[in-house]
Design a protein around this ligand. Sequence first.
Ligand code: 13P
Length: 264
Amino acid sequence: MNANFEKQVLISGNWKMNENHFEALRLVQELSALLHLPNGETVLSESVMVSIHPTFTSIRTVQTAIESDHVPVFLGAQNCHYIDKGAYTGEISPDMLAKLGVQYVITGHSERRQYFFETDEIVRKKVDAILRHGMHPILCVGESMEERNSGKAYNKVKEQLKAIFSARSVEETLRIVIAYEPIWAIGSGMTATSGDAEDMCAYIRKEIGELVGPEVTDGILIQYGGSANEQNAGDLLSQSNIDGLLVGGASLDAKKFVAICRSV
Ligand code: 13P
C-alpha cells in the first residue's frame, strides 16, 4: 500500500445468530450513545467506517434505530440468496436487503461454507448479486489449521480469490471488501499474530492485483477477522495491509466494539 495514502478503515460487527430484535435494539442504542459526543458529533475518526450485521429478523428494527438516532454506522447483513425473487422457501434476496438500506453483505463466511455447504461457485453468484444491487460484498477467505500446518494456507486463499476475481472488472473489484479470516482463529481466542495476518493480507492484495490489474492494489480494502478484540485491534490495524476488522464475539459488547472502532 502507498504510504502517502491515508488509509480508510472499515470495522464490521458480525453479530452471527445472536440477539433477538429486542436485544438488537438495545445494542444499537448502546452503540449510538457511545459513538456520539454530547454535541451530537461522532467520536470516530474520519478515516473509520463502521458496519453492523444483525440477523435478518432484526434488520428492520436496527435500520429504523440507525436512521432515527443518526448512528454513524452502515447497515449490513450476514448472507443473502443470489436470485432476486421466486420459489426459494426461507431465503432472503439481495433486492430485499438493498430496499432496507443494507450496504454491506458478508458472503463466503467459513461457517456458511462449512455448515451450509456453500461452494466457491455459489459464493461467486452471491458476490455478483450483491454488486448488482449496489451493495458491497464482504468476501471471507481463509484456511483451516490443518491447511496452515501443512503449508497450504496461501494456496487455499489463492484458489478462493481466483474463484471470485478472475474475469472481474476493476470497478467491481474496488467495491468488494475482502476479509481474511483464518478458520482456526474464529471464536477460538487464538488471534493470528499481527505479522502473520499482515503477510496474508499483503499476499491477498498482490494476488488480486495479478488477477484484475495493478490499478486495484492501492484501493482494495482488506480486513482481518478471527478473535479480534479491543486489546489486539490497535496492533492489527497498524499493519500496512490490514484496512479493517471483521469482529464476531466482541461486536456483541457495545463498549468493546466501540473501543475497537476507536483504536485506529
Ligand atoms: P470472532 O471475532 O468471534 O472470532 O469471529 C470472527 C468472525 O467470524 C467474524 O466474521
